[in-house]
Write a protein of this length. Structure first.
Length: 168
């Protein structure tokens, strides 16, 4: 006894098989890899006075995918000599080409008093040619094909406290 006409079996088959075939083809054509954090370069002191210290740097990452991805967010905690000075939180959409290194500019400012008890101490430190340790820790987020991916950042570099100075 045939409970369903044969055309119903074909319709039920299409409901399950067609989405499976489409999903299989879509995932086999797009093999996504997370972007890679490589390093931070050009750590530069752009402002150093009695009120404020400003540091700029370039985070270098690599997109191993054949297709472009979109950088959507940067969220980094910044420490100088193991003192938390501020956070970098940038919501900036940037297209990143596939199979290439790319640079993400990072800028942070914080009150001088977070590092030094007074400006005289800061000047003494700067004129002694001592370097400070700058640590970046957090995530950079990317989006592609409707999916969001987080790339961890954990980097430590050195900075000499003279205006316009850079990493070793």
């Amino acid at each position: 006894m045939n409970l369903l006409p044969s055309s119903s079996w074909i319709t039920i088959g299409k409901i399950f098989i067609v989405p499976f075939v489409i999903l299989t083809l879509a995932t086999s054509c797009f093999n996504y890899e997370d972007p890679e954090f490589k390093y931070v370069k050009n750590i530069v002191l752009t402002k150093f006075d009695g009120d404020e210290i400003e540091i700029q740097a370039d985070a270098v990452l690599y997109n191993p995918n054949k297709v472009a991805i979109t950088l959507t967010e940067i969220d980094l905690a910044v420490e100088v000599n193991e003192i938390k000075v501020n956070r970098v939180h940038q919501l900036k959409k940037t297209k990143v080409k596939g199979k290439k290194d790319f640079v993400v500019p990072i800028s942070i400012s914080f009150p001088t008093e977070k590092l030094f008890s007074n400006f005289l101490t800061a000047i003494t430190y700067a004129t002694s040619n001592k370097k400070v340790e700058v640590k970046y820790n957090g995530m950079i987020k990317f989006k592609t094909a409707g999916l969001t991916f987080k790339v961890p950042v954990d980097y430590v570099g050195a900075l000499q406290l003279t205006s316009g100075s850079s990493k070793d």
